[in-house]
Design a protein around this ligand. Structure first.
Ligand code: ADP
Ligand code: GLC
Length: 489
């Protein structure tokens, strides 16, 4: 193995994920896996993150050591693998990338026809590597369905028997996506105890998310509210979540305050501390409005996110028409996102219809997202499903008032200003009329300059850092290592 720069002080935790910021990020999963391990490492745990290798700038710009090379069979196909370790632990934990020509050497994490083979190879390759090199961690922590087969393979494949006693955590970032695969793919898995095939199955398909929930020692959801919601709304897995409820824990995500800090954020044209939130936001707003032809004197409502049904993005065109269609409309809207082509087309069309009132960027742009969080007065999230949501947390950190549908993690992290302690605007149903009404409430609030000023300071002072939630994960690791050593489960 390559040289280690990190001292072994506590339990050894390995995170397996498809994303990790700043190596590869598609959404919040990347943010969480880029931040939580750093906090765990700082708390004294020896923390590794293992990812597929991607052809990304971070990978090209950093030095890596090849710490393992080997071959394993995926069905009848021999796969050659290399494990690369980032030399200097620049991310604050040890980062390992698994490279396999033609499967784990891609530009993006998702969107390939053979995604099933891709993530099977990732998980199989990981287990092959650690068993061949006699690495036995204290906990393997699997994120979402892409890594959902790992506990099953650890517990029911003879070749990985050395890992049978290692406890596993499965984190559900999003229960809507489950990684379904036809049963004919089973021959691509390493040989397993066929008596246990039922653990792979849900409704006659291989369902890696279901397998994760069935086989892991404990599972977590990214907010407490979402754990409760999964019992009744889990894209077909409601019954499973209800059955396995006893081993589930809701732990709300935090944010990486080193990356998301309006006082130091290198992506912002103007920095601002809490004490200068008003003038700082005004300057950032002026710069963004200038770039998108918007009037900086008007309240600015923003949307940032994937154009997906879960996010309620399909409601945006209707919401925009309801607000900007009126002659007396006294606001500007800024949209940053991509996804559903119909929504993309509708937003692009509306931006032409309402120049000077609607600014839009269709695509993914990390820097622009930071600029919008800092510039906007309000951030809209009309989500149908929101397991945690990070956008509202970033918005609040930048003194921007969240306008959110009351669901999942949004319900857990935002409180309506109708409550004297409240600091956001909430609405109950995911429809355009209710979202537009909530925005009208925001405009009334905006007119009260003193209240806005107080609210911005209140928002910036809220603590959404990882410290507390990382502690909850550490407690969970403690509990399950003791539990598994006693019961073997
Ligand atoms: P999800 O993971 O479901 O997409 P989250 O709220 O957890 O939702 O996280 C979304 C993350 O992705 C945030 O960091 C947000 O700023 C970022 N993001 C989403 N869409 C874009 C985009 N088009 N450009 C830049 N960042 C984006
Ligand atoms: C998922 C969820 C989102 C959550 C993120 C990180 O993508 O949709 O709500 O914040 O994972 O856990």
């Amino acid at each position: 193995m390559g040289k280690r720069t990190t001292r072994r002080v506590g339990k050894h935790i390995i995170h397996l994920s498809a994303e990790c910021y700043p190596v590869a990020k598609v959404g919040g999963l990347g943010d969480v896996v880029g931040a939580l391990p750093k906090y765990l490492q700082q708390a004294g745990l020896r923390t590794w993150v293992v990812l597929p290798w991607y052809n990304k700038p971070f990978v090209q710009q950093h030095a890596f050591d090849a710490v393992y090379t080997g071959t394993f069979q995926q069905g009848s196909r021999p796969l050659e693998m290399t494990v690369l370790k980032e030399q200097n632990d620049v991310l604050g934990f040890e980062l390992y990338l698994i490279k396999i020509p033609s499967l784990l050497d891609r530009d993006e994490p998702y969107g390939y026809a053979d995604e099933g083979e891709q993530f099977m190879a990732f998980q199989h390759g990981f287990l092959h590597w650690i068993t061949e090199t006699a690495i036995v961690p204290d906990v393997v922590h699997c994120h979402d369905h892409h890594t959902g087969l790992t506990p099953f393979l650890m517990y029911y494949c003879e070749q990985f028997a050395a890992l049978k006693k290692v406890p596993t955590v499965g984190t559900v970032h999003n229960g809507q996506y489950q990684g379904w695969m036809d049963w004919n793919k089973a021959i691509l898995l390493p040989p397993f105890d066929t008596w246990k095939w039922g653990l792979l199955d849900w409704d006659k398909t291989i369902n890696p998310l279901a397998t994760l929930i069935k086989c892991c020692t404990a599972f977590t959801t990214v907010s407490e509210g979402y754990l409760g919601e999964l019992m009744t709304q889990a894209n077909g897995l409601e019954h499973l979540f209800a059955m396995e409820r006893a081993k589930g824990v809701g732990i709300v995500n935090g944010i990486d305050t080193a990356v998301w800090d309006p006082e130091r954020d290198g992506m912002l044209p103007h920095h601002y501390p809490l004490g200068r939130v008003q003038s700082g936001k005004n300057k950032n707003k002026a710069s963004l409005c200038d770039a998108y032809g918007l009037d900086p004197k008007k309240p600015l409502v923003a949307y940032i996110g994937r154009f997906a049904g879960e996010k309620g993005a399909d409601l945006l065109p209707d919401i925009i028409e309801r607000l900007l269609g009126r002659e007396d409309a006294d606001l500007s809207i800024m949209v940053l996102g991509s996804g559903d082509p119909q929504v993309q087309g509708a937003i692009a069309h509306l931006a032409k219809q309402y120049p000077g009132r609607l600014g839009a960027y269709i695509g993914y742009q990390e820097e622009l997202s930071h600029r919008i969080y800092a510039a906007a007065d309000f951030l809209l999230m009309p989500s149908r499903v929101e397991p945690c949501g990070l956008n509202q947390l970033y918005a609040m950190r930048y003194g921007t008032v969240p306008i959110v549908r009351s669901t999942g993690g949004l319900k857990d992290t935002v409180h309506d200003i109708r409550d004297p302690e409240g600091y956001g605007i909430m609405f109950n149903d995911a429809n355009a009329a209710d979202a537009a009404d909530a925005i009208v409430r925001a405009l009334v609030l905006y007119a009260d300059k003193q209240r806005m000023q107080r609210l911005r300071k209140q928002l910036m002072a809220l603590d959404f850092s990882w410290d507390k939630s990382a502690g909850a994960y550490i407690n969970l690791y403690e509990t399950i290592t003791v539990f598994k050593s006693h019961t073997g489960k």
